[in-house]
Write a protein that binds this ligand. Structure first.
Ligand SMILES: NC(=O)c1ccc[n+]([C@@H]2O[C@H](COP(=O)([O-])OP(=O)(O)OC[C@H]3O[C@@H](n4cnc5c(N)ncnc54)[C@H](O)[C@@H]3O)[C@@H](O)[C@H]2O)c1
Length: 344
């Protein structure tokens, strides 16, 4: 089979992961990359990428490309997807597609018209712990679902320069939890009630964001979910999920550095959770990309599509509105022409 030719835009934290993973795969070739910063360009050149440019347009013009992986800052995603789709390239785009619902709808319409395959980088769907929970839930192991509990706490906040362009906690970080909340029980959310605070770092509050949140979701069938977030957990990356139902409960705990447990007369002790997303989801990023490639090769649906991105964005925008207006918000209240913003 012909090897798909990949190009990557943006080689920061997540771009380097995708580049390194793609370079390990035998069934694809990485033919181009772009990043405006020289250090990132050198990184790609050192890895043997033949065409490295500083602009997206130059990258697309530099060689023959089948698939573009977009890992640049969030405010570039929609434009890059649009440019690539118009040229008939398939696109893997990191989350979120954009912060404006109107813009996302516009881009998804174009994607549909061009027939390219767009995948959104919801990597947690490919984590083996979460996959196991989903499989058991869908096999009926816990009967009817009543409650979903998601804990998602980062070990430390990103720089404010990143936060300012990110859309804020709900659209940058909780968006993964909104996706998992839909994915794990395969249900749509009807209503959101969000509370948030600045408890970690006042600088985050200064740009209009929050660093700590509790969000309650109600699905269309009455099932409820609760998500708690913090930008700073002193003990590492805290990623747990639980689904409770009429016949039982299934949960996935954190992945620890190792599985030892020390017991002494003082008590017991275990290792800390893996430090952050690079470590915890290292395997999930590989599976995510190889599943996407399989869907391209086999002509099957992508495992996280544009609508998944759209639905999670809607839940995020409803969360912002709920926080700002201090009330539960129905998803149907969020229409595409509203401008809902977290940051100043
Ligand atoms: N799925 C995940 O687990 C995950 C994790 C982290 C980030 N992300 C998403 O990936 C995106 C990038 O995040 P990051 O943490 O890697 O950020 P980052 O700041 O580490 O890297 C961004 C990179 O993009 C480059 N860049 C800046 N302007 C650009 C432009 N106009 N065109 C192309 N590249 C440009 C920067 O030089 C940098 O190398 C964000 O949208 C973020 O939401 C997803």
């Amino acid at each position: 089979m012909k090897k798909l030719k990949f190009a990557l835009a943006g080689l920061g934290r997540i771009g380097k992961i995708h580049l390194d993973n793609l370079l390990q795969m035998n069934n694809v070739r990485v033919v181009a990359a772009m990043d405006p910063f020289e250090e990132s360009q050198v990184y790609a050149k050192d890895k043997g990428v033949a065409n490295v440019t500083s602009t997206f347009e130059d990258m697309l013009a530099s060689t023959d490309i089948d698939v573009v992986v977009i890992c640049s800052p969030t405010d570039t995603h929609a434009d890059y997807v649009e440019i690539a789709a118009k040229k008939g390239k398939h696109v893997f785009c990191e989350k979120p597609l954009d912060l404006s619902l109107e813009r996302v709808v516009e881009v998804l319409d174009l994607v549909e018209d061009t027939g390219i395959k767009l995948m959104i980088g919801f990597n947690r769907r490919f984590d083996k712990e979460f996959k196991k929970v989903k499989a058991l839930v869908s096999q009926g192991a816990i009967g009817e679902h009543h409650l979903v509990k998601i804990t998602s706490r980062d070990p430390g906040a990103p720089p404010v320069s990143y936060i300012e362009k990110s859309g804020g906690l709900f659209l940058d970080m909780t968006i993964h939890d909104f996706d998992i909340a839909r994915f794990i029980v395969d249900k749509e959310v009807e209503e959101v009630y969000a509370k948030g605070a600045v408890l970690v770092d006042s600088v985050i509050g200064d740009v209009g964001d929050i660093d700590t949140a509790v969000i309650t979701l109600t699905y269309t069938d009455g099932t409820m979910a609760i998500i708690d977030n913090s930008r700073e957990a002193a003990y590492g990356y805290d990623q747990r999920v639980e689904v409770f139902g009429s016949k039982g409960m299934v949960k996935a705990e954190n992945n620890l550095h190792d599985s030892h447990q020390l017991f002494t007369s003082q008590g017991s002790q275990r290792s800390l959770p893996l430090y952050f997303f690079l470590e915890r989801y290292a395997e999930a990023y590989k599976t995510e990309m190889s599943d996407y490639i399989q869907s391209l090769e086999n002509g099957t649906p992508v495992p996280a599509n544009g609508n998944d991105g759209l639905q999670s964005l809607k839940i995020g925008l409803a969360s912002i509105m709920s926080l700002q207006e201090n009330r539960p918000v129905k998803l149907e209240e969020i229409n595409q022409f509203q401008s809902i913003k977290m940051l100043k």
